[in-house]
Write a protein of this length. Structure first.
Length: 245
């Protein structure tokens, strides 16, 4: 099989595993999100390295919920210093400042995204958010996280702290394709799987809201007629509440 088709087949298998094994966790996540939407509690998403892309996946996009707050910290992302972000995500002590800067509160929901679920910043954030009364949802790779020890002084991994655990069903190391003559594997699955999981949970959350007569505000595509007017009204309404808008 050609490698592009093998990758697509691998993604199909991951999706099938998610559909078969993750329904309970996805339903619980959707319930937590719908409650936050109805109660006007903030929904945060936090990830480091490539996982930060999933924090942005639900934010400010066509069909995206308005009540979404990505936690975007330059030193933990890739656009300034990719290698430095790997070092930074293993450090402890950043969570308190992030928590204060983003004005997180008891009753809010945070989805913490980490494929390995073992590095200092995400563990710190999960522990702090639990202590402060937030609902903590982990989006992680249980096969990967169970293959290694925590790098946090507590000895805990993200999946051991979270209230709900979403498993992206990836392989150890994330990359899934082997090519003859090339050392190691290429082509990761966590971003594709994670984006699907998050959007599926949002779809169910909005359905649960609608069943209760609550209709969450969401963005329209800026590239359809009238889209700018809809989005600009929402931005003007919420720009003081939602960071990065």
């Amino acid at each position: 099989m050609k490698k592009h088709l093998e990758y697509i087949e691998n993604i199909k298998n991951v999706i099938a595993q998610i559909e078969e094994n993750c329904e309970e966790a996805m339903e619980a996540t959707a319930a937590a999100l719908s409650s936050a939407l109805i109660d006007n509690r903030r929904i945060y998403l936090f990830g480091t390295g490539h996982s930060h892309m999933l924090s942005e996946e639900l934010f400010y996009r066509a069909g995206g919920l308005l009540n979404i707050q990505p936690v975007l910290i330059d030193t933990l992302m890739l656009h300034i210093d990719a290698a430095g972000s790997t070092v930074a995500e293993r450090e402890e002590g950043l969570a308190d400042k992030i928590f204060e800067d983003y004005k997180m509160k008891s009753g809010d929901v945070i989805v913490i995204i980490s494929n390995s679920g073992r590095n200092g910043v995400v563990i710190d954030m999960a522990l702090l958010c639990k202590e402060k009364g937030l609902s903590v949802i982990a989006l992680t790779n249980l096969r990967h996280t169970n293959a290694g020890a925590s790098r946090h002084q507590s000895g805990k991994r993200l999946c051991e702290i979270a209230d709900i655990v979403l498993d992206n069903r990836g392989c150890v190391g994330d990359a899934c394709i082997e090519v003859d003559g090339v050392d190691g594997k290429i082509c990761a699955t966590s971003t594709v799987a994670g984006a699907m999981i998050l959007n599926a949970c949002v779809a169910r959350a909005v359905e649960l809201c609608a069943e209760k007569g609550f209709y969450p505000e969401h963005f329209c595509s800026a590239n359809v007629d009238g889209g700018d007017d809809i989005n600009n009204r929402l931005i003007e309404k919420y720009k003081k509440e939602i960071k990065h808008l």
